[in-house]
Write a protein that binds this ligand. Structure first.
Ligand SMILES: [Zn+2]
Length: 761
């Protein structure tokens, strides 16, 4: 199911006399050209026979149920909100015309889907309801006029009578109900199907702006506060950046991410996601005797109370008796939409007076006294002119759609993300079909969507408009930036193929180079003083350093260069000399640090140490890895199984050494540096064995990490601070408080030279 091109997306307005195939003026929906009359999904409701209506109601019920499950239970909507609304609206209109055909347990009976397995069920004291929808200004006028008509007598009786409405943004998040007993938060639940939700108390407790204890004292003895849990754009971007760096999960939009975060089995994950909450409604509200006690007399006052009790409430709510004011507020908020910092998908208008709300009452599943006014979907149709491949700093190849420029929600869009090659092929990350499994071809007419400040996406393709010469896109298996093979890894834990194809040119790919170089020189890797992120970027952009080997050739090249480094802004003779010295001081790195510094994917410090320990020398590691890479059949026979190193890491090491460009880059580097063989033996009879040693000040002959490793190899214990247990303090220049303390405690203090003299005896 799903999407434009599927039959039910054609828009038929039952309230406009069923002008099948005619869209309202602000509608972006694509119509199927000359749909056959036998296709019930596009047949005007006025023309449906009873038998056809029955068939159509069953079809709609199935489609809505499937969409509900995707949205509520799996947090992975399959169709757009606009398409969903169209389904619901058509269903309602047919039910209106054929009330005798309304299905028991059909779409009009339920709100959302029943709770998913895995969470305890919570029955809401008062059901959590959905709102009816207004789709245009006329629907809003109808809503206000219905209210005026309903309370006609009040207007006649009292010339000063006014019917006030509130207008507030509709937050695009997840509804939750929070139960407070005597001011204490005791239980929280999702909306679920409206009657029964899921107990997510522990997860809700991690949300900072949900008070555990209400402020003040004028709250009802028991109240269910209702509102929306959402994720801010800033938090969404932070998570996306994080996942881009580390990897696996892809976040689609803030709403789904909030939903996924809120329904984590582990509340610590929820806590790490920084969700927010707006309070705007309530369910049960009772005094100590269990009698109904509304929080206030009006909606406006109730929300004010929530604020006093410690909740965050929307600052964008107004109260007015004028329909024009409601619409003006709608227009104003819609214009601010992209800058609010969180997603909203429309406005909600409510009758302000609670007593009048009660009198006006409910119809089916929705209150009569409230209505949601959705914003038009921010989508447009355009042509997919081409697909470019962008290589990210982790080596991931991301396809980007080049589009014929089109305005979407007030912004000109020329590019859209296509996520990965499966997405182009019409498959989701888990291999299930998306867009009915239809692939994207160059020349296709596509639907582009912008939601908030998320990168525009292609959400659908209009198959009917596919030209005969549309070009199938073949995803490159070679990195377009460096020419290295690009591969899809297999996730060791899930056994699944990674959705991202990655360039294996780790040391040679310019797209990855700066990050790799920064990693190479970092403190925990080669630890080159004076070569930080800023200098690496500067040298890279100036073309002085593009690969690790260039770092060690820097001095020699500078001697030959016309424009000397010391004459470059930000450098001087002294700092250049210091930098060259720091580089020279690292020409014999420890093997484990060197392997780690290479930045082979998945090879962290621990793995690097395991590799160093196994192979002892860089030469052996290099030789065996290359041999195993080129071996026919069982590579394991050559490259030994190493405890603590799994298949993903092995595959990654193999991929690194299978790339001749990496080997060239490595060999160039090895022409400059000579990693020391890994020493595994601990010398138990050294002069410092069993002693507790502290290093302080800026050591000149070794890095702090080298000092630590050296001392440990000699059987000493290295501590971070001075205590009565300290035996030796090794000081470099600039030693401060530690030296003072050592002297106070009578700890032996020696210089770095003295240290070497002792341990080298
Ligand atoms: Zn590359």
């Amino acid at each position: 199911m799903g999407g434009i091109g599927a039959p039910f997306t054609a828009w038929i307005s039952p309230f406009r006399g069923g002008r099948g195939g005619v869209c309202s003026s602000n509608c972006n929906h694509i119509l199927r050209p000359s749909s056959p009359i036998t296709d019930l999904s596009v047949k005007s409701i006025d023309d449906l026979t009873e038998a056809e209506a029955s068939t159509e109601l069953h079809r709609l019920a199935a489609a809505i149920a499937q969409a509900d499950i995707a949205y509520h239970q799996n947090d992975a909507p399959e169709i757009t909100d606009a398409d969903y609304d169209a389904l619901r609206r058509r269903n309602e209109a047919i039910e209106q015309r054929f009330p005798q055909l309304v299905l028991v347990g059909g779409p009009s009976a339920a709100v959302g889907a029943a709770p998913a397995e895995g969470f305890a069920k919570v029955r809401h004291g008062i059901p959590m309801l959905s709102l009816g929808n207004a789709f245009d200004d006329a629907d809003v006028a109808d809503f206000v006029n219905r209210g005026r008509k309903y309370f006609e007598k009040e207007f006649l009786r009292d010339p000063g009578f006014q019917l006030y409405f509130t207008a507030e943004p509709k937050i695009d998040g997840l509804s939750a109900s929070l139960r407070y007993e005597n001011g204490v938060f005791v239980r929280g639940a999702t909306r679920g199907d409206g009657a029964v939700g899921e107990d997510i108390t522990e997860n809700l407790k991690t949300i900072k702006n949900i008070p555990q204890q209400l402020k003040g004292s004028d709250w009802p003895a028991m109240i269910e506060i209702r509102g929306e849990v959402y994720m801010s754009h800033a938090e969404f971007q932070r998570l996306k950046a994080h996942s881009a760096k580390f990897g696996v999960q892809e976040f689609v939009n803030p709403r789904n991410t909030a939903a996924g975060s809120l329904r984590q089995k582990n509340p610590e994950i929820t806590a790490s996601r920084n969700l927010d909450f707006f309070a705007y409604a309530w369910g049960i509200s009772e005094d100590e005797a269990g009698l109904a006690q509304p929080p206030a007399a009006t909606q406006t006052e109730a929300v004010q109370k929530f604020k006093e009790w410690g909740f965050v409430t929307t600052p964008l709510m107004i109260r007015t008796e004028s329909k024009d004011d409601l619409l003006a507020h709608y227009t104003m908020i819609e214009a601010q939409r992209a800058t609010l910092g969180y997603d909203i998908d429309g406005m909600v208008y409510k009758l302000d007076d609670l007593e009048l709300q009660r009198r006006w009452g409910f119809v089916a599943r929705a209150p009569r006294w409230a209505i949601a006014h959705k914003f038009p979907a921010e989508r447009a149709t355009t042509i997919l002119a081409g697909i470019d491949i962008k290589v990210g700093r982790t080596g991931a190849l991301t396809p980007v759609a080049r589009l014929a420029p089109v305005t979407v929600g007030g912004v000109v869009v020329e590019n859209a993300t296509l996520h990965n090659e499966d997405y182009i092929a019409g498959l989701s990350n888990d291999g299930a079909p998306i867009r009915n499994g239809v692939d994207l071809r160059i020349g296709d007419t596509v639907i582009v969507q912008r939601a908030g400040d998320v990168i525009p996406q292609i959400v659908d393709v209009v198959l009917d408009k596919r030209p005969a010469d549309a070009v199938l896109f073949v995803f490159p298996e070679i990195c377009p930036v460096c020419g290295s093979p690009a591969i899809r890894e297999i996730n060791e834990k899930t056994g699944k193929v990674d959705s991202k194809r990655r360039c294996t040119g780790e040391l040679v790919c310019p797209a990855q180079a700066i990050e790799k170089l920064k990693h190479f020189v970092a403190r925990d890797a080669m630890d080159i003083d004076g070569l930080g992120d800023r200098q690496v970027s500067q040298f890279y952009e100036a073309g002085r350093i593009t690969r690790p080997a260039d770092i060690f050739a820097l001095k020699a090249r500078d001697e030959r260069a016309i424009k000397k480094l010391k004459d470059v802004d930000g450098f001087g003779a002294t700092s250049v000399k210091k930098l060259f010295d720091a580089i020279d001081a690292r020409r014999e790195p420890e093997l484990d640090r060197f392997i780690y510094a290479l930045g082979i994917r998945h090879v962290g410090e621990t793995t690097a140490a395991l590799l160093a320990k196994t192979f002892i020398s860089m030469d052996a590691f290099r030789r065996v890895a290359i041999e195993a890479t080129h071996a026919e059949g069982d590579k394991h026979a050559i490259f030994p199984q190493i405890g603590g190193i799994g298949d993903t890491v092995r595959a990654s090491v193999m991929a690194f050494f299978a790339n001749d460009r990496n080997i060239q880059a490595l060999d160039d580097l090895l022409a400059e540096v000579s990693p020391r063989d890994y020493i595994v033996t601990v010398t138990a009879d050294s002069v410092v064995a069993g002693k507790t040693v502290v290093f302080t000040g800026s050591l000149e002959r070794m890095t702090r990490m080298e000092a630590k490793a050296m001392a440990e190899r000699l059987g000493a214990k290295v501590a971070g601070s001075i205590s009565a247990q300290t035996d030796i303090l090794v000081v470099g220049p600039g030693a401060g408080s530690k030296l003072k303390k050592a002297e106070e405690l009578g700890v032996e203090v020696i210089s770095e030279d003295e240290w070497f003299k002792r341990v080298e005896q």
